[in-house]
Write a protein of this length. Structure first.
Length: 437
């Protein structure tokens, strides 16, 4: 008699991640169930209470055991996982540990207790008639809400004119995520330094420079493990990602320091039975690293990369942790030595045309081995109507490539862009994809 398949409910299960979920070892051991759609979870101003009610309706209607509830998206998914886990007796980290990562100001306060590798930071008073930069934080700096999707409402500012403009835009949009986040904070017993801070907070941080890098890891039975370090390369002259590349090409000494700082940070935050992803900057001239942000989930953007290089997508560790299993697995078992996720972007308003059909995309993937393509906007869609975009560009397609060297990665990306054949109607200046060299 074959063992029972485990029922795993995935918050925000999407078509782009379903193939990599099904590529984990022994996929026939699991049955993946969608739990709320991405539109429900991310569009407009969400209500955590309403989402919990909808999720309970799905879970209560399920016949059979609920073995795990998981997710690989930021708020509200990240917070719903422990909240539902507590009600349905599934394994998760604590809600407090999640919020200590998600709330950028609280996260900085926790980092101060364990590490020195972070920038000068402080809060900006959005209620002031004349908001000013916090003491000790100098231009150039980034302004960002304490909580936001991707890089939404995050602005680089170099003087008071840009500062005031960014504050005005953040004031206008911060409530969409900040108000529902307030309801989550009310569930926690906050430390004195967080009492009265709330979720609608603007953070100012001095700009970090250098090479951007991401660390992927997990905490199992209190033991912190780092299993991957990736380079994040921007478009030239831009703060927007061009690609994530695995494995990192940084020196071993830097990678070891990233491991050490990541472990100290996650021990301080107190996560367990969960994955994490931490973003850093490395300044090669000063030979210093600086922590950008802590994400209380693995990066679904990297799943294909780990599959190409290690033979197992990082979703596998999320699943095994949720089931109480050892998430360790060997690396370097994949078909390629290197992999990258490329962001094909448009730096201005416009409408996209000649979007390939699913069958046409499948044909491109067959013709170019070791690639997968996800087109973001729909045929004829105005780019400013595409949700979850950063403040400076629009994502047109995500292109995953596997190869044995960087030249091979780039060649496959260029081939995919040419094969896509997308065209744009410019409706504002600057609507051109920037050079990627």
């Amino acid at each position: 008699m074959s063992p029972r398949r485990r029922n795993i409910f995935v918050l925000g299960l999407d078509d782009a991640n379903l193939p990599t979920l099904n590529a984990v070892p022994e996929p026939d051991s699991y049955r993946f169930h969608p739990l709320l759609s991405l539109d429900e979870l991310q569009e407009g101003e969400v209500s955590v209470a309403d989402l919990m009610t909808r999720a309970r309706t799905v879970l209560d209607a399920h016949e059979g055991p609920i073995d795990a509830i998981v997710g690989y998206w930021d708020f509200p998914v990240s917070t719903l996982v422990p909240m539902l886990g507590r009600e349905y007796n599934t394994r998760t980290t604590s809600l407090e540990s999640i919020v200590k990562c998600e709330h950028k100001y609280w996260s900085r306060l926790e980092q101060q207790k364990a590490i020195e590798e972070y920038p000068n930071f402080g809060r900006v008073d959005l209620d002031s008639a004349d908001p000013r930069p916090p003491d000790g934080v100098s231009f150039p700096m980034w302004l960002k809400p304490a909580l936001a999707y991707s890089s939404e409402l995050a602005y680089s500012v170099s003087d008071m004119t840009e500062f005031q403009s960014a504050v005005d835009r953040i004031r206008e949009g911060i409530g969409r995520v900040g108000r529902p986040f307030d309801s989550v904070l009310e569930m926690l017993e906050l430390p004195p330094e967080m009492v009265g801070v709330g979720g609608q907070v603007c953070l100012a941080e001095e700009t970090m420079t250098g090479i951007q890098v991401a660390v992927e890891g997990y905490v199992h039975d209190g033991d912190v493990t780092v299993y991957g370090v990736l380079d994040s390369i921007n478009y030239p002259g831009s703060s927007c990602f061009l690609r994530h590349q695995y494995p990192s090409t940084l020196p071993d000494s830097v990678i070891q320091k990233l491991h050490q700082v990541s472990k100290r940070t996650m021990r301080q935050i107190g996560m367990d039975s969960a994955t994490f992803s931490i973003e850093y900057f490395y300044d090669p001239q000063a030979d210093e690293i600086s922590l950008l942000e802590v994400n209380p989930r693995h990066s679904q953007s990297h799943a294909e990369l780990f599959a190409y290089v290690d033979g197992v997508p990082n979703h596998d560790r999320m699943i095994r942790l949720a089931l109480g299993l050892d998430p360790a697995s060997p690396g370097g078992q994949g078909p390629y030595r290197m992999a990258a996720k490329w962001y094909y972007r448009w730096f201005g308003e416009g409408r996209v045309h000649q979007v390939p059909t699913p069958s046409e995309l499948a044909a491109i993937e067959r013709e170019i081995p070791g690639v997968r393509i996800d087109v973001v906007p729909a045929e004829g869609q105005k780019l400013s109507s595409v949700s979850q975009q950063d403040s400076y560009s629009y994502e047109i397609a995500h292109i995953f490539t596997g190869a044995d060297d960087e030249e091979g990665l780039r060649r496959k990306f260029d081939q995919c862009v040419a094969a896509l054949g997308l065209t744009f109607d410019d409706t504002a200046p600057g609507g051109r994809d920037q050079k990627t060299s």
